[in-house]
Each structure stands twice: as structure tokens, then as C-alpha cells.
Design a protein around this ligand. Structure first.
Ligand code: MG
Length: 348
């Protein structure tokens, strides 16, 4: 069992352990006096895990109910949130009750948002079941939904009261979902940890995935506690993301997963900065080798011009430019702002 303390405005603990899901009730009871607990999950995850989480919650005195929505990023909408609120209302959820997000990033983001806003805020727990949500989205308190005009445009910062990570859930995940997480794992090595990056190079990450998750969560925790509201340093977590978002958008959010797009974006931006002498020579090759090693996509089907065009709509654009994260070398990065009128000059 590994425990990580997160000293945000509302401090909480993250636990990583195989089988922890079966003891969810015990961990949640430690942080909650709630009478009722709502488990929120999607149609892919609920059949596997909802019963055992509910059983454990009941063992610790919670009255449980289950809200299931149809799986898919296209469900990350206010219409589903409204149904969630109705479920809360019908099940007499009060301000002292608790909501449990059981699933991947979409489930965590939506449940967190519903919890942040229902009765002006009730407690929630994250039980992430995908690699991406375990290393990334369940940590840091960003919650929200998509609008027809763009992803994550509506949301709130709302920290969970605890996060329970059970790496056992990864054993049944399809390859594409593992890639989704691996893109973000490689990112953590790139921005903050040469030793994590070397570990990914030398060993098979999937043989030591519990340790890898732990290291990634620690890195994210460190960044988030310094900048909970995403006004400064937290931007480094967006390494590879500006081009990544563009690649996802160009692919209609279906051909490449988020993590795959981030990996492609990391490779692309580092290729450019290495060429300009900003990044240590050989860095791009190291990233490329990792992508090949983990059977990730490493060729984007779009030209740099298509990608640059698509980045202009990025929600992280403020005013007349965008913040890019550049590597000095593996493990060291910095934020660099480029105005739109310098785009062509810089990226060629
Ligand atoms: Mg990401």
C-alpha cells in the first residue's frame, strides 16, 4: 500500500493498492460521516465493479444507490449532469452525503462537477479505473463537462475527499486505454523526472505499473499543490498538449486517444525545439524510442500547418498567443509564450 498526502486547500490522501476497491467503504468512512453514498459509473465499468464497491460501502453503514450513464466522451455533457442531480434529489442526498466516482476520466470529471455544484458542493471520492485517470485526471481537482463547441469548457476546481487507486483494474483494459495513460506517463518523465524516464526506457513499465503510477501521482501532486488554480506552474502539465489537443480535434476525437495525441504532441514540439537548439540533442530520439517501445503511434497524419491552424482554437489560448511547454532536456522544462503573429516565424 502506498499513501500520498495532497496538501491542497482541502487536504486529502491518495491510496494505491491492489484490491483496495473491495475495501472502499472502510477508507471512505474515515473521511465521511455520510448516511447516503451515490456511486456514479458508466455502462462499461458499472457491471464489473459497482456491486463490490456498494457492498463495501454498506458494510460501513452507508445507504447506497447507483447512477449509471452510457459510456463515451460524447456523454460528458450538462444533460447527463442534470440527470445526475435528479438522481441525487430523488435519493435524498444532503450536503453531508457523499458521491463516489467509479470509472475513467469522463466519470471522474462529471461526477466531480456534479458534486462541486449540487447544493453548492458535496463531498466526492475518486475511484479511477483506467491508467489515464489513475496517473492524471483523478488527481488535482479539475472537474467539468464538454460543450458542443469544445472540451472541458465548463467546470470547477473541486478536490475529492480521497482517491482510491486499484491497479488491479488495469488487467482488463484494452490496449488503446493503456496507451492513453502511457502518453501522460511519458510526459511526467519528460517534464520532471529523468529517473522515471530512464525506468521507462530500461524496464517494462507494465511489470512495475504500481510504482510507475505512484511516481506519476507524486509528480502531479507536487505541481498541483504549488498551483491549485492553474495560474502558473501547473501549465507544465500541458507539455505535449497544445499540439495534442489539435491532433485530437483534427481526428474528430475518435482516431487517436488523448494520451496518444499527447505523445505525438510531445514528440512534435520537442523535434522543433531540438532543431532550434533549445532542447538537448538526442532528446527527440529518446522520446521516439519510448513511443516505439510501448507500441504507441509516433507519426501524425497531419502537417504542422494543419496542426498550427487547429491550435488557434485551443482553450488555453489567452489573448493573442499560447503558452508552450519546452524541454531543456529530459526532466527539465519551461513555459514559453508565443504570440499568434510569431507562429509561422517560430514553427516555420
Ligand atoms: Mg492530459
Amino acid at each position: 500500500m502506498k499513501t500520498i498526502d495532497v496538501q491542497t486547500g482541502r487536504p486529502y490522501k491518495i491510496y494505491i493498492d491492489r484490491g483496495i476497491m473491495n475495501m472502499a467503504g472502510s477508507y471512505i468512512r474515515e473521511v465521511s460521516d455520510a448516511i447516503r453514498a451515490v456511486i456514479v459509473s458508466d455502462s462499461n465499468v458499472a457491471p464489473f465493479y459497482a456491486d463490490r464497491v456498494a457492498a463495501s460501502l454498506r458494510e460501513y453503514g452507508f445507504e447506497t444507490s447507483l447512477f449509471v450513464f452510457e459510456a463515451g466522451e460524447e456523454r460528458k455533457r450538462l444533460s447527463v449532469i442534470e440527470k445526475m442531480y435528479e438522481h441525487f434529489y430523488e435519493h435524498n442526498i444532503t450536503r453531508t452525503d457523499i458521491v463516489v466516482a467509479l470509472g475513467g476520466g469522463v466519470t471522474g470529471d462529471m461526477t466531480g462537477f456534479a458534486a462541486a455544484t449540487y447544493l453548492r458542493g458535496i463531498d466526492f471520492v475518486q475511484i479511477p479505473t483506467t491508467l489515464l485517470s489513475q496517473v492524471d485526471s483523478s488527481v488535482g481537482g479539475k472537474t467539468g463537462v464538454d460543450l458542443p463547441s469544445g472540451k472541458n469548457l465548463v467546470g470547477a476546481f473541486w478536490q475529492p475527499v480521497t482517491v482510491l487507486i486499484d491497479p488491479e483494474t488495469l488487467s482488463t483494459l484494452p490496449k488503446k486505454y493503456m496507451n492513453d495513460g502511457m502518453g501522460e506517463i511519458i510526459k511526467y518523465g519528460c517534464i520532471k523526472s529523468p529517473s522515471l524516464f530512464e525506468k521507462l526506457e530500461k524496464e517494462n513499465a507494465f511489470d512495475i505499473i504500481d510504482d510507475i503510477i505512484y511516481e506519476c501521482v507524486c509528480i502531479k501532486r507536487d505541481v498541483v499543490v504549488n498551483d491549485e488554480r492553474d495560474r502558473g506552474e501547473r501549465a507544465i502539465l500541458n507539455f505535449g498538449h497544445t499540439f495534442g489537443h489539435a491532433i485530437e480535434k483534427l481526428g474528430g476525437y475518435s482516431s487517436v486517444s488523448h494520451g496518444e495525441a499527447v505523445a505525438l504532441g510531445s514528440l512534435l514540439i520537442t523535434g522543433i525545439t531540438e532543431n532550434k537548439g533549445i532542447t538537448e540533442e538526442g532528446t527527440t530520439d529518446r522520446i521516439l524510442s519510448l513511443l516505439k517501445k510501448y507500441d504507441m503511434p509516433y507519426k501524425s497524419e497531419y502537417t504542422i500547418h494543419q496542426i498550427l491552424e487547429a491550435t488557434r482554437g485551443d482553450k488555453k489560448s489567452s489573448g493573442k498567443g499560447l503558452n508552450f511547454i519546452f524541454l531543456r532536456e529530459i526532466g527539465t522544462c519551461f513555459i514559453n509564450r508565443i504570440s499568434f503573429d510569431k507562429f509561422v516565424e517560430f514553427f516555420g
